[in-house]
Write a protein of this length. Structure first.
Length: 66
């Protein structure tokens, strides 16, 4: 059984880019390749389709990088 996720904690690539201080949502893919320890999407519907990350995991990752 998959874990339960609070949908209010999900962020798309546009919101993730803003959290990371990036100008474009497309830059999130570059971050994923550059930082192997960056949290991966919890929802990935495939090429050209939405990907969603957990905000708490991203915030923890950012805090640990500073």
């Amino acid at each position: 059984m998959a874990p339960m996720v609070n949908t209010e904690e999900l962020v798309d690539s546009r919101e993730l880019a803003a959290l990371l201080g990036l100008t474009h949502a497309n830059s999130v893919s570059l971050y994923q390749r550059r930082y192997a320890d960056m949290p991966r999407p919890v929802v990935d519907l495939g090429n050209g389709r939405p990907r969603l990350w957990l905000r708490p995991a991203i915030m923890e990752w950012l805090e640990n990088r500073r």
